[in-house]
Design a protein around this ligand. Structure first.
Ligand SMILES: Nc1nc2cc(Br)ccc2s1
Length: 229
């Protein structure tokens, strides 16, 4: 998979080269390039924004600068991902879908967002996914891009140390609409708190049943919205 990220704060994306994704890049499983949007600005001030038509607070990012940037990195197999609070919800199934893409281009908006004509024009020549990572507003799309990139690339073959982990994730595979059961490891007693006895019983069927019940209990307590579908 190739990832191109376009942003006015390239340094913000530095953490993507750490940990699992950093190893996937070193192993050649993922190609990552981060680009400074201002490289495609045409004036000496490298301007990327302007006042909003129709009035209102803040500034809007210019479509022409974004259009030139996308033209420079796009390939026939590209999918454009635009993190935005106004987008469709980014979920584990969406992460799995994006993990099947050959090339993802991330457009990190700032200010009041990107002129919609950039998205409209891009959609005439490639798949475009406007995605929300949650019902809150960040200062820009960079953090949302890192969330999406991590959720997607951990699903790629060979990136996760133990691919079984992805099957037992919350919201995925066996737990499609449930959160995962709580996890425990040594010591057997921590500050007077023992590990649930079933987990040291050696009875795999009992452990599986207990975990399924714990997933249902936790989902009911923390995410009842997942049960109404
Ligand atoms: N939750 C999110 N907030 C924002 C803000 C901007 Br500005 C750009 C993208 C996103 S995604």
């Amino acid at each position: 998979m190739r990832l191109d990220v376009i942003t006015i704060f390239p340094a913000y994306l530095a953490p993507l080269r750490e940990s699992l994704l950093g190893k996937a890049i070193a192993d050649g499983r993922v190609d990552l390039a981060v680009h400074d949007l201002r490289d495609w600005a045409t004036d000496r001030h490298r301007t990327v924004d302007d006042a909003p038509y129709g009035g209102g607070p803040g500034m809007v990012m210019k479509p022409d600068v974004w259009g030139r940037a996308l033209d420079a990195v796009a390939q026939p197999s590209s999918t454009l991902v635009v993190p935005t609070p106004a987008g469709r919800r980014f979920t584990q199934p969406v992460a799995a879908e994006l993990a099947g893409c050959a090339h993802l281009v991330f457009a990190c908006g700032r200010y009041e967002g990107i002129d919609q004509r950039f998205v409209q024009d891009a959609a005439s020549r490639m798949p475009v996914r406007e995605l929300s990572i949650g019902d809150y507003v960040l200062a820009g799309g960079e953090v949302a891009t890192m969330v999406i990139v991590e959720a997607v690339t951990r699903l790629l073959p060979g990136v996760l140390g133990n691919p079984e982990s992805a099957v037992q994730d919350s919201f995925a595979g066996d737990l499609a609409d449930l959160v995962e059961a709580p996890s425990y490891t040594r010591p057997p007693v921590y500050r007077g708190l023992p590990v649930p006895a079933v987990l040291t019983s050696g009875d795999h069927a009992a452990v599986a049943a207990w975990r399924a019940e714990q997933s249902r209990r936790r989902t009911t307590e923390n995410r009842p919205d997942l049960l109404i579908q």
